[in-house]
Design a protein around this ligand. Structure first.
Ligand SMILES: [Zn+2]
Length: 1008
């Protein structure tokens, strides 16, 4: 036992930070230890709750629960693993599935990519989902949460191939598939065990994988349903093409590099035949050229037209340097002249419409005509207002070609090299490199080039290869988004988006994309179940062929497409029709489906029930153009509704300075290091997963979320403050048996009832915030409550009652009742966020029989409203007086004073009488709130005031029954230094002499 006044002992006890000394409590120490913002070492809970032995009882306070400092400190991560085991984390999912409850909550897991190690982006996503699930489960819903993985695709294939180096070239499709599958499985196992370690409650034994035969078969059937409705078609079109990966890419597989350098050129297309209107403006003798600007000179050989904006003004200008005449957008004249280091003289201006019927000569292909055509996508904002159009290499150019029946010839191969069709100078040259160089030289030699510049601009890159892509026409399979769009937009009206603005982003993407290219020229994926004619450009696909393939895939997996002889891939009835004299006329196609099509059909395989609509999809904002989109399109296309009721979108994780976090940049935080600590544990301490979970909950996840050492250490400090609050609560409810020790609510202290009233408010606000998935708000509400209302207010005034009154005094029991309620509400309120801490506290509740998991005991109970008229007014009125009193004695101990409160007879006086019936008291509720040694309540000013009295005055507005009763009353607080001596036990100035106990303490210690 520590000697009195020894301030050096700084190690707080694990439970309640109190040091006992010969019957006195070091209240100063307690005050400082419970001060908001103070951070204590992270001690484990004491498991031993000791009581003082009865012989020493006289001089001891009744409630002290010092833990043993000898309990070895357990590492946070180890303690969490113990909690997971002891409290049955792994059985919780199946337990809750077996409950007989009416409501089900389905959160459909967006499958992470089966590639690479678990990272903080996974943690952010999975923890958010877990918080939502645990909340709904505690509220009584049966949770359906089946985690999944996206297992196919280029990123895995490329990784596998790059590991093989030179050998990769000679591998067959099946060899690649085998290696890719092994790779994906290893990544899945690694990620899965991390997710389980994070405390994610899920159906871990029945996860879904996009490489499962059953999954693949469902996907093939959806493909056919869409094909059958005419929503999937094959066409020769320009698509984003990755020369480095030799495949088509979808927009979701692109990354834009804002620092990309292009070689842009100004060039002239000689006007070959002016339109009739234009001819009248020209003298016919001087040659005129159309001025064109492009950032992709390599596409000039494929030029088929020059487009203009029919509604804009154009001008014929004369160049002062060369004397040449050009046609340019009228507004662009001066800026173009300055870009070309010259000046232009405007000869005449005319409307874009006047260009109709004109034509230019192709600068590089002798004799070839490039017609002048109107197009809606042309603006005069950039370039010259006249747009070089190469239908094989631009989506908008393709649109013009379709409208005007222009050829869409592509002379660029899969590897991004010019083909022989481009001519001997260009053949086999890479279009983005020496091909560009050669084209520029050719333009120069025909005197078409006016200027070359380097341009730094945002340009699409292959998301995995990190190399620039090109636009290239090829034969691909497409989903006709334009046909699905109206129904998809309609379906979105029934979906709730969190945050609401995410809906706009979703519709924007839908709006922008006329079609979705779903074929890829790779091996690791689900085959497009189509057979191609050996000689003719003809496809074989019908319900029989697809169903036959789907059945095979369902049983054996999609490998059959590569392993079975083609004859076996076709049903007998079809086979007989398509066999020619030289054997089968059709062969299985070599394309596989885009992985966004894979994952986009997950709703059909995973979401339960006839309706197959999930309550919640919750993913990062990149999925607005990815998985949310592909899920919506496949679902609307096949059954006319969205697969989700609510979509929640979160931001990305960034480093502490707001920099992008990625493994390739080397600044990625490894969740395993966060949880278990790094090599140097003083630099990278083992935080445990609750710290990671708190970070997720506390962050504003709707924007970008930053993470780094400071953020983590702040999260740990926050949890420690909460832990200290819980220690205080746990320590002080010890010895309280709710069944026998409860006090009728109306006989509880007003301040205790008031705390229950605040608790009710907190509970309903926290519940609402959870319902909105606003976990940051949950954290803020809880923090405000435990720092302001509890540590900063309630805990500081109740200590005398808790420590100095008799153990079973109703005053003390009233307080314990409130503390027990507060503890119960707090634990449930943060349980979805910090499940380990919640279980730990729950296991240490001093009452109740065998503790079970807090997650098996439901959400915060809604108890009857503990409100009674005047309750808030009494506490708030007294607090107003207390604040003026404490404000007048800055830095002093309130117990060194006595106060007299003078209130004229009226409502405020009656309310104050609720807190103190007798005229003068040192133990009344009013005296407790004032924190003075003694308090006197008077209806009129005393005739005499002791020497040294300070008078404080104020007013208080009573507002009762919703404003029906309003009364402003004035009050005075008379502050006088205490006249009595300090009681050695309770330290109030209420004793007759310094050596004797005050009457209250004498009675308590006397042990009646
Ligand atoms: Zn005392």
């Amino acid at each position: 036992m520590a000697p009195a006044e020894e301030e050096e002992e700084v190690t707080p006890g694990p439970l309640l930070c109190r040091v006992e000394r010969c019957g006195a409590v070091d209240q100063k120490r307690m005050a400082s230890e419970n001060r908001p913002g103070s951070s204590l070492p992270n001690k484990r809970w004491s498991v031993r709750v000791r009581r003082s032995n009865s012989s020493a009882r006289e001089l001891h306070l009744s409630a002290f629960y010092a833990g043993s400092p000898q309990v070895p400190r357990q590492r946070q991560p180890d303690a969490e693993l113990e909690v997971q085991q002891k409290c049955g984390f792994s059985e919780l999912y199946s337990w809750q599935r077996e409950r007989k409850v009416k409501t089900e909550f389905c959160l459909h897991d967006g499958p992470p990519y089966a590639n690479g190690d678990p990272h903080v982006g996974h943690a952010l996503n999975k923890i958010l989902k877990d918080i939502a699930n645990r909340f709904h489960m505690m509220r009584g819903s049966k949770i359906h949460f089946v985690p999944g993985w996206d297992c196919h695709g280029l990123p895995i294939e490329i990784k596998v191939l790059s590991e093989l180096g030179g050998k990769a070239q000679s591998l067959s499709a099946m060899e690649i598939r085998e290696k890719a599958r092994t790779f994906a499985k290893a990544a899945i196992e690694k990620q899965k065990s991390a997710f389980i370690r994070w405390g994610i409650m899920a159906d871990w034994n029945n996860c879904y994988y996009t490489f499962d035969g059953k999954y693949e078969a469902r996907q093939l059937r959806i493909f056919y349903q869409m094909y059958d409705k005419g929503l999937v078609y094959r066409s020769y079109k320009p698509v984003f093409w990755s020369p480095s990966s030799r495949t088509a890419l979808a927009e979701a597989e692109l990354e834009y590099n804002p620092e990309h350098t292009s070689r842009s050129v100004y060039m002239k297309f000689p006007l070959r035949a002016p339109s009739p209107k234009l001819a009248s403006l020209l003298d016919g003798a001087t040659p005129v050229s159309v001025l064109v600007w492009t950032t992709q000179p390599w596409t000039v050989p494929a030029n088929q037209a020059v487009c203009y904006a029919p509604q804009s003004r154009y001008a014929v200008v004369k160049c002062s340097t060369s004397g040449d005449r050009y046609i340019v957008a009228a507004d662009k004249g001066p800026s173009l002249a300055s870009a070309l280091d010259t000046t232009f003289e405007v000869i005449s201006t005319f409307s874009g419409e006047d260009l109709e019927g004109g034509a230019c000569s192709h600068p590089l292909v002798p004799g070839k005509v490039s017609p002048l055509l109107p197009a809606t996508h042309v603006t005069v904002a950039k370039g010259t207002g006249l747009v070089h159009t190469a239908p094989a290499h631009g989506m908008e150019d393709y649109g013009v070609a379709a409208q005007h029946s222009l050829p869409v010839d592509c002379s660029v191969d899969e590897g991004g090299l010019f083909t022989a069709a481009a001519g001997p100078e260009l053949e086999s040259k890479a279009v983005l490199e020496e091909g560009t160089d050669e084209v520029i030289k050719m333009l120069q030699s025909v005197k078409s080039l006016l200027k070359e510049e380097t341009l730094i601009h945002s340009y699409p890159y292959d998301w995995r290869a990190k190399k620039p892509v090109i636009v290239r026409a090829s034969k691909q399979w497409f989903v006709k988004i334009s046909d699905i769009k109206p129904a998809a937009q309609e379906a979105l009206k029934a979906v709730k988006f969190i945050p609401g603005a995410a809906l706009n982003a979703m519709t924007d993407v839908l709006e922008r994309r006329p079609y979705w290219c779903i074929s890829r020229q790779r091996a690791w994926g689900v085959p497009i179940p189509v057979f191609h004619h050996r000689a003719r450009d003809e496809c074989l696909i019908n319900s029989q062929t697809v169903e036959h393939v789907a059945k095979l895939v369902e049983q054996h997996g999609s490998d059959v497409w590569w392993t079975l002889p083609p004859e076996q891939l076709l049903p007998k009835e079809v086979l007989s029709q398509v066999s020619g004299p030289d054997g089968l006329e059709y062969l299985p196609g070599q394309d596989i489906l885009d992985i966004w099509f894979d994952s986009g059909t997950s709703w059909s395989c995973v979401i339960p029930g006839a309706d197959q609509r999930a309550d919640l999809y919750l993913e990062g904002k990149d999925q607005l153009g990815g998985w949310f989109q592909s899920s919506l399109l496949t679902s609307v296309a096949t059954r006319g509704k969205a697969p989700f009721k609510t979509v929640m979108v979160h931001g990305f994780t960034l480093g502490e300075r707001g920099e992008k976090m990625s493994k390739s940049l080397g600044n990625a935080l490894d969740p395993d290091v966060v949880i278990n600590g790094g090599q140097d544990q003083s630099a990278e301490p083992p935080y445990g997963v609750d710290v990671l979970r708190w970070w997720v909950a506390a962050s504003n996840v709707f924007t970008e979320v930053t993470l780094g050492p400071c953020v983590l250490s702040a999260a740990r400090d926050d949890i420690n403050k909460l832990r200290n609050t819980l220690r205080f609560l746990l320590g002080n409810v010890a010895g309280f048996a709710p069944d026998t020790d409860s006090v009728p609510v109306d006989r509880m202290h007003v301040i205790d009832q008031y705390m229950l009233h605040l608790l009710q408010g907190l509970a309903s606000k926290v519940t609402d915030a959870y319902k909105q998935y606003d976990f940051g708000k949950v954290v803020r509400l809880l923090q405000a409550f435990y720092t302001r209302e509890l540590s900063g207010f309630y805990f500081s005034i109740i200590k005398d009652r808790l420590y100095c009154e008799k153990e079973d005094d109703p005053k003390r029991r009233s307080c314990q009742m409130a503390l027990a309620q507060i503890l119960d509400v707090l634990v449930r309120a943060f349980a979805p966020i910090l499940p380990h801490l919640a279980e730990e506290v729950f296991q240490h509740l001093p009452y109740g029989s065998e503790p079970e998991s807090v997650f098996r005991t439901g959400w915060i109970g809604t108890s009857s409203v503990w409100k009674k008229p005047g309750l808030e007014e009494a506490v708030e009125g007294a607090c107003a007086m207390r604040d003026s009193f404490l404000g007048s004695i800055p830095g002093r101990n309130a117990a060194e004073y006595e106060v007299a409160i003078v209130v004229e007879p009226g409502l405020l006086f009656e309310i104050m009488e609720m807190l103190q019936a007798e005229e003068t008291s040192s133990t009344s509720q009013l005296s407790e709130l004032m924190m003075a040694s003694r308090c006197t309540l008077l209806a009129q000013e005393p005739r005499q005031r002791p020497a040294g009295t300070t008078e404080l005055a104020g007013t208080f507005l009573i507002n009762l029954e919703g404003g029906d009763i309003r009364e402003e009353s004035s009050y005075k607080v008379l502050v006088t230094p205490a006249t009595q001596e300090k009681c050695p036990r309770c330290w109030k100035y209420t004793a007759e002499s310094p050596d004797t106990l005050c009457p209250r303490c004498a009675e308590v210690v006397g042990g009646v």
